[in-house]
Design a protein around this ligand. Structure first.
Ligand SMILES: [Mg+2]
Length: 298
């Protein structure tokens, strides 16, 4: 039973994964940053990304809107952004709520189902290869570029405003990966979550980090390009640990499905995170992580 009753009614015979995430004016976006359609897209995309990180198929979502006032045209714009993405991934809106508030916010709850066991952060083992999908740093550059006049970073702005959840890759990874997380707070921060949950450490190879092409253009060969890729948040790529005996099958499956993944290092027994240069020498790690209560880098 979808919208229209006091509750939605969902029936599933498989385990389901449920997540919620909010985008709030003044914290996650400013009204002038872009069209409301993009905001609708992003609010759903960040939830789909969490479902994808569990190796689950997104099925249903609920949407709570709070706003000082919204015209019908504005509600439609938000809805269009969500609907386009929902249709692509066959996710149904089953309920929601609208309330008045001092600033605009969208709080979405998304439910996905898994065929087998969900992918957890805690499944990583020493020796597993670490993979990350796509490229990193673009969304972070985009956030700055949105407020710059006459910039040339269109791809980065798009990544910031309309992130692409890696739903197909998440589904495919369920068969191969031992652990997964989506990169929302930045590669180092999210890898840190996976390492703690799995009680392992990691060696990361700096030369293998897939730095976004516009981030390279913006910062050239300087250390800032790599730092942006390591700590910039909101790329919504997937970070996966895959046991050694499954890496070639995983890479073949990704190639067949047209999913881009990069092996960026591996898990080790000793706790802690080491960043290594091309000659295997230890590099300094930039400070990582996003403090959700301060709204800035720690
Ligand atoms: Mg997440």
């Amino acid at each position: 039973v979808g919208p229209g009753d006091d509750c939605a009614v969902l029936h599933t015979t498989s385990p389901f994964c449920i997540t919620t995430d909010a985008v709030v004016e003044g914290v996650h976006f400013r009204r002038g940053d872009g069209p409301l359609e993009d905001l609708g897209h992003k609010a759903l995309a960040v939830n789909l990304s969490d479902v994808a990180a569990m190796g689950a198929r997104p099925r249903w979502f609920l949407c709570a809107i709070a706003a000082p006032s919204l015209t019908l045209a504005e509600v439609r714009a938000l809805g269009r952004g969500m609907a386009q993405l929902a249709k692509r991934f066959s996710v149904a809106l089953v309920g929601g709520n609208v309330t008045r508030a001092r600033e605009l916010s969208l709080t979405l709850t998304c439910v996905g189902t898994t065929a087998g066991r969900p992918l957890l952060r805690s499944g990583g083992r020493p020796g597993d290869t670490l993979y990350v999908s796509g490229t990193l740093g673009g969304a972070s550059l985009g956030l700055r570029a949105l407020r710059m006049r006459g910039h040339r970073f269109r791809g980065a702005c798009r990544r910031q405003r309309r992130p692409e959840p890696r739903v197909a890759l998440g589904l495919l990874s369920g068969k191969y990966a031992s652990a997964a997380i989506d990169v929302s707070d930045g590669l180092l921060a999210d890898l840190g979550h996976l390492l703690r949950a799995s009680s392992v450490g990691a060696h990361l190879l700096a030369s293998r980090i897939p730095v976004d092409v516009e981030v390279r253009r913006a910062f050239g060969a300087s250390a800032r390009a790599l730092t942006t890729a390591l700590v910039g948040g909101e790329d919504y790529e997937l970070l996966l640990a895959v046991p050694g005996d499954r890496t070639s099958a995983f890479e073949r499956a990704c190639a067949r499905a047209g999913e881009t993944v990069h092996a960026i290092g591996h898990l080790v027994r000793d706790p802690g995170l080491s960043l290594l240069d091309g000659k295997g020498r230890l590099m300094r790690l930039p400070a990582a992580g996003f403090d959700h209560f301060r709204g800035r880098r720690r």
